[in-house]
Design a protein around this ligand. Structure first.
Ligand code: FPP
Length: 274
C-alpha cells in the first residue's frame, strides 16, 4: 500500500464502488499516472432529479450547481488539468422563460459564493460560448470570476455557456473564409491546426481536446457539445442524474477510462513481427 498523508491524494489511489443492487463493495485503484488531462461533462438530469422529488425543475438546477462545486474540487485534487462543463447550450433558450432566467442567474450565485474556494484550490475560471448574448449581470459575474482567478495556475474550470458545437465551427469557418477573401490565407493551408486555432478551446493549447467525456442521466448523445474536439475522446455514460454525481462517480468514470485502449485510428501495440 502506498503511503499517503493527504486525504485528497489518497482518493487518487483507491476508492470504493458499491453495487446498488447487491450492496457489494469493491475496492478500486486509480492509476495516478493516467488521469485524463481534460475531462468534459454533459451535466444532464437536473429536471428529472427534481421531478422524482416532486420539486420544481429549478430545484434540480440549484442542486446541480452544488454538484459543480463538489466535482470541480474533486477533479482538481485528482490531477485533472481542464474540466469543461456544459452549463447552457445555444439551444437551451427554447426552455420556458422562468427556467432560462434561473439558469442565467446561476453563474451569478455560483461565482458570488465560490470564487474564494476556487482561488484556495488554485482553480482558474474560463468560459467558452457566445457570452455577449448573456444578460449583463451574468456577463459581469463571468468576467469578474475570470479576472479574480486569473493568477491561479492549477486546473482550468471551463464553463460552456451559451455554447454550441455547430455554431462554434460555423464561426471558425467564417473567420477562415474572411482571411482567404482578404488574401491573408491560402485555402491549401487550412488544416486541422488552422481550425483548432479558431475554436473556443484554442487558448487551452495541447489540452484543448477532452480525453474523457462524461454524460450523466442515462442519455447517450452529444447534444451539440464540442463536436470537433471530441473526435478521439473516450465516452462514459452514467445513470446518475447530475445532482447525484459526486467524487466517487467521477473516480468511477476515470477508472472506466483507464480500462480503455486509445488507438487514435492506429492499432493496439503488439509485439514486433520478425
Ligand atoms: C440539463 O439537465 C442541465 C442543464 C441544461 C443546466 C445545467 C446547469 C447546471 C448543472 C448548473 C450550472 C451551474 C453553473 C455554475 C453555471 P436538464 O434540465 O435537461 O434535465 P432533464 O433532462 O432531466 O430535464
Amino acid at each position: 500500500m502506498r503511503g499517503c498523508k493527504d486525504q485528497w491524494r489518497c482518493a487518487v489511489f483507491s476508492f470504493s464502488k458499491k453495487d446498488q443492487a447487491t450492496g457489494e463493495v469493491t475496492e478500486r485503484q486509480l492509476d495516478d499516472a493516467n488521469i485524463p488531462a481534460h475531462v468534459a461533462i454533459i451535466m444532464d438530469g437536473n429536471g428529472r432529479w427534481a421531478q422524482q422529488r416532486h420539486l420544481p425543475r429549478i430545484a434540480g438546477h440549484k442542486q446541480g450547481m452544488n454538484t459543480v462545486k463538489t466535482v470541480a474540487k474533486a477533479a482538481s485534487h485528482l490531477g485533472v488539468k481542464v474540466l469543461t462543463l456544459y452549463a447552457f447550450s445555444t439551444e437551451n433558450w427554447k426552455r420556458p422563460t422562468a427556467e432560462v432566467n434561473y439558469l442565467m442567474k446561476l453563474p451569478v450565485d455560483f461565482f458570488g459564493t465560490f470564487v474564494p474556494d476556487l482561488i484556495k484550490n488554485n482553480i482558474r475560471v474560463k468560459v467558452m460560448g457566445y457570452t455577449d448574448q448573456l444578460p449583463v449581470a451574468t456577463q459581469k459575474a463571468v468576467k469578474d470570476a475570470i479576472a479574480d482567478t486569473a493568477e491561479c495556475t492549477g486546473m482550468v474550470l471551463n464553463f460552456a455557456l451559451n455554447y454550441g458545437g455547430r455554431a462554434e465551427i460555423v464561426t471558425a469557418v467564417q473567420t477562415l473564409a474572411q482571411q482567404v477573401q482578404a488574401g491573408t490565407l491560402d485555402p491549401a493551408a487550412i488544416d486541422d491546426a488552422a481550425i483548432d486555432d479558431q475554436l473556443m478551446t484554442s487558448d487551452l493549447g495541447d489540452l484543448r481536446d477532452p480525453d474523457l467525456l462524461i454524460r450523466t442521466s442515462g442519455e447517450e448523445r452529444l447534444s451539440n457539445f464540442m463536436l470537433w474536439q471530441v473526435a478521439y475522446s473516450e465516452f462514459v455514460f452514467t445513470q446518475q442524474h447530475w445532482p447525484d454525481f459526486d467524487q466517487t462517480a467521477l473516480e468511477e468514470a476515470i477508472y472506466e477510462y483507464q480500462q480503455r485502449h486509445r488507438r487514435y485510428g492506429g492499432l493496439a501495440s503488439e509485439p514486433e513481427k520478425k
